[in-house]
Design a protein around this ligand. Structure first.
Ligand code: ZN
Length: 342
């Protein structure tokens, strides 16, 4: 029944876009989650897949900065660069372009909001480590909602500026307590709480699910279309630590959000859901396991990123355009093409 719906809508023009980025999520990270969860994964119920080639302008192996820039601007750039070109010139962001089309936008991360992946969607800096300038760039970005960690870069800065005051003047609600999320009535808000973006093992709980639900329910009150980017930031951390258990816990949390987003698409078929990664982390190979027992044993070939193309799963209106093998920058251009019905 629902698959019939999906194929009927797959060729239609979407209004809303949900982009879920599993940082460091290659096929083996996905399959380790599937195995540990005894053969259950929402992601594997998405019928349309593609492969994204992730290389950056100056490296065979991308980092999250160049990876986010590719998806947020449609341009390849150098590693460490945040949505600026190889010469350091700012590139127009999908959040800026969509704001001109009356979109509401939300940027969510289960990590620090000034980290490379979320930063790529609102900032322009020539190095990913410039956390304070990255936070400052949010002042000139039109996005409505920001949820993640990293209040320090906004409130206790070395330059003494308190960005939260400026943002409140601009009409945002600003909170450093994730527990206040449900009480926020404003359609523009920023919630940055370091304690809410610890690892799953350390008790992050349903941070991502709650954040996505809050963003969709806030935008549902407007007539505007929306774009939401939500990042499962810590699949990458597990890869860097060569820790399969870390990868699996984070992968399954991310997959829960995938399932939640799929349900949203089922109820709101004018929505396109894209689930992908910026790169694979750890060169993970699965060398033993049992789906019946939920046991998986992996081996890592590096504590850094690898070059292998990453899967793209697309669900809902416009999904069929995401089949095939293409460069990571095509994720941006395909989104822009399908929403404008080209
Ligand atoms: Zn990484």
């Amino acid at each position: 029944m629902f698959l019939k719906n999906v194929s009927a809508f797959a060729k239609k023009k979407p209004k809303n876009v949900i982009l879920l980025i599993g940082d460091g999520m290659g096929l083996t990270q996905i399959y380790s989650g599937y195995t540990a969860n005894k053969g259950q994964l929402s992601l594997f119920n998405i019928p349309t897949q593609g492969l994204s080639i992730t290389k950056s302008s100056d490296s065979y192996i991308t980092d999250s900065a160049a990876g986010a820039t590719a998806m947020a601007t449609g341009h390849k750039t150098n590693n460490r660069f945040i949505s600026v070109d190889e010469n350091g010139k700012p590139l127009e962001l999908i959040t800026q372009q969509l704001a001109k089309k009356n979109y509401k936008t939300a940027i969510i991360s289960a990590g620090d909001i000034t980290d490379a992946t979320p930063a790529g969607f609102y900032a322009h800096q020539s190095d990913r480590s410039y956390s304070e300038p990255i936070a400052n760039d949010f002042l000139s970005n039109p996005s409505d909602i920001l949820i993640g960690g990293g209040p320090k870069q906004f409130k206790s800065r070395k330059d003494g500026k308190d960005l939260s005051k400026v943002l409140i003047e601009k009409g945002y609600t600003f909170s450093d307590k994730f527990s206040s999320l449900d009480t926020i009535k404003n359609s523009k808000f920023i919630v940055l709480d370091d304690a809410s973006v610890v690892s799953m093992k350390a008790g992050r709980g349903d941070f991502l699910s709650k954040s996505l639900a809050k963003a969709t329910s806030t935008f549902a009150k407007t007539k505007n279309p929306f774009f939401i980017m939500a990042e499962g930031a810590q699949i990458d951390y597990g890869g860097h630590q060569n820790n399969v258990e870390y990868v699996v816990r984070e992968m399954l949390d991310f997959d829960k959000v995938v399932g939640q987003a799929m349900e949203f698409v089922d109820k709101n078929p004018e929505t396109l859901l894209i689930v992908t990664a910026d790169h694979e982390t750890g060169g993970l190979s699965l060398i033993d396991g049992s789906i019946e027992k939920g046991y998986v044993h992996g081996s890592f070939s590096t504590n850094d990123h690898t070059a292998v193309p990453v899967p793209v799963f697309a669900y809902g209106a416009g999904a069929q355009n995401f089949a095939g093998v293409y460069q990571n920058i095509a994720i941006y251009s395909k989104i822009m093409e399908v929403i404008s019905g080209e």
